[in-house]
Design a protein around this ligand. Sequence first.
Ligand SMILES: [Zn+2]
Length: 476
Amino acid sequence: MDPKQKIEQLVEQKKDKFIALSRTIWEFAELGYEEYQSSETLCKSLEEEGFAVTKKLAGIPTAFKGVWGSGNPVIGILGEYDALPGLSQKAGCPVKTPLHENGAGHGCGHNLLGAGAMAGAVALKEYLESTKQAGTIIYFGTPAEENLSGKAFMARDGVFDGVDFFYTWHPSSFNRIGAVHMNANISRIYEFKGITAHAGGAPHLGRSALDSCELMGVGANYLREHIIMEARIHYAYLDVGGRAPNVVQDHAAVRYVIRAPYLRQVKDIIKRVDQIAEGAALMSGTTVTYHTESGYSEYIPNNVLAETADKALHEIGGPLWDEQDFALAKDFTEAFNDQSKEKERETIIQRYGRDKLAEKLQNPLDTQIEKYDKNHIIMEFGSTDAGDVGYIAPTVHLNIATEALETPGHSWLKAGQANSSIGLKGMVTAAKVIALSCVKMIEDPDKIKQAKAEFMQKNNGIYDCPVAGVTELPKL
Ligand SMILES: [Zn+2]
């Protein structure tokens, strides 16, 4: 039996277990750093499969790893399991129906990510056992991918050291490895302190911290024109000082997130945002303090790992959809807003050709595999903390279709599909592709050397951690 057939058989044998696991994690829908039940359940599964589990990595209660095997190579497989606030949705339901009003939901499909990556790790373990090959497999349970950069803290504390290469995946509309470049970002909190006063009787005695935040916003707006166009400046108020307009607000705080293709660019922009905060404090007669709370390095795939995964994906093939899957996907696309519908049409034309538009609008699931082309860089403006792992060792995160074409990210539509036949089929495919990619790397040690050489060329092995010096885990 060739490796592809063997891996397929191993994943198929245990797929029901991992489908059930994914559904359980989906139901827990726990937010970043609060994934207590999810991480416990994942640890239990790993132990059942013969992995030696260590919990609370890097001092994070919901970070863990499971190790199996011995000797080289050492293979890392990354799993995520955090949910997003406000995206609760009934499983498989294409009409907005929250399970819990304002509850959290798996609107980024990390239930599929964590369980699917584990199914891949277990199949790989069984493959190595049956072929009597050496190798150490480490499944890393990495919490708080959303906003709170769990992997950056783990990477900073050396959790990923000693691993030869990493594979992971992310639920998507597409089947592709993709030369995807994802942005670095840093999240920073600015806290202003002023002087309270009677806003009617003695406003001249007050110094408003809320005014400082507003002035900072004006400054940031002017800055936006004079930074590289790929950069983004986002903000959210954390403290508006109070609800009473007749009291001068003596405290206020705002969070800024700066994104750009490279961390060094983010750092340059942050220096200017800091100056704007200082200027705002000067103008309003307040004081300001600021600190970084979380951060992400840019994600750049390792080409050797990506080309290997591309071969594995082409051998395995994308998920095999049936009529019910297509019909369900169509129902979900009908709930898209006009902009998402337009994006879906554009993508179909670009990916399948105009002559297939009508047919694909009826059957809006990806049925092809995009060929990996290292020269065709796809700029994605989001971020992933897999980028930080990529500065510890060669890393690739691949995409497998788990939802209707162009399902909007971080939406109830995504949460609904993450516990449907569509999402779960994609997850099983992802497990096979991850396991087969690892087998291809293990069985060709030269590839591991090449992947490492490429890794060293990119950054000389230096990791400039975006959360260096951050002493507390961030909270949303
Ligand atoms: Zn995600």
